[in-house]
Design a protein around this ligand. Structure first.
Ligand SMILES: [Zn+2]
Length: 223
């Protein structure tokens, strides 16, 4: 263990369980809603209100089975995202970043990886998108301490996708017109499986009778 408190611990940044448990599942905002396409404002207060938002974001991401979730996706205009995402070595990274800035490799170090990408705010749509396979993300943790994350594989993609959200960019903005059209067609063909307040109300499974709307999120985060 490193007991020098000014140096962050090596390896994945750890988040206390009190910040990943006990939150309330919130509806996920869809593309087309103004908050999804606007630049967020910096997090400047690292207190209880922020911790509550983080708990709710973890609960929402888990209910939606996502690997990342940005503030605007739950209607917040703050520059913050949470993640629970494996990297290229199958190491699971769980955490939160405030005020992220992503740095990508340039020149010969820059390798693009074209993999299908989706977004919880456009459920059902997936399209390949080329992005650098390595990303460094700098920002602050929930208490305002500086952090630096280095991501490979899906985690590199996640760091870029979530940081994009905080600048009002959705991944459809990075697609060709033709790919974007396909993306919306996929979404349209599956969107009726996603209630307006999903994941507060669960996704409908094809072939199963429609279940009633849940009046509370509590049944959904009971694990
Ligand atoms: Zn997204």
């Amino acid at each position: 263990m490193n007991d020098d408190t000014t140096t962050p611990p090596p390896g994945p940044v750890r988040v206390p369980a009190k910040l990943t448990n006990g939150g309330t599942v919130l509806p996920i905002v869809r593309w087309g809603t103004p908050v999804m396409h606007a630049r967020t404002r910096p997090v400047t207060e690292f207190g209880d209100a922020l911790h509550t938002l983080v708990r709710d974001m973890f609960a929402t991401m888990e209910a939606a089975e996502g690997v990342g979730l940005a503030g605007p996706q739950v209607g917040s205009d703050l520059a913050i995202f949470v993640y629970d995402c494996p990297d290229d070595d199958d190491v699971r990274h769980i955490g939160v970043v405030c005020n992220p800035v992503v740095e990508l490799p340039e020149g010969r170090d820059r390798r693009l990886d074209s993999t299908e990408e989706g977004c919880l705010s456009l459920p059902g749509g997936y399209q390949p998108l080329a992005r650098p396979d390595l990303a460094t993300c700098r920002g602050q943790d929930v208490d305002g301490n500086d952090i630096e994350l280095v991501g490979t594989g899906l985690f590199a993609r996640c760091l870029q996708h979530e940081t994009d959200h905080l600048y009002g960019t959705v991944f459809g903005d990075r697609l060709t017109a033709r790919a974007r059209k396909k993306l919306y067609q996929q979404h349209e063909s599956l969107v009726e499986n996603y209630p307006d307040d999903w994941p507060v109300s669960p996704k409908l499974v094809e072939g199963e009778p429609r279940r009633g709307r849940r009046s509370s999120a509590s049944a959904f985060i009971a694990e």
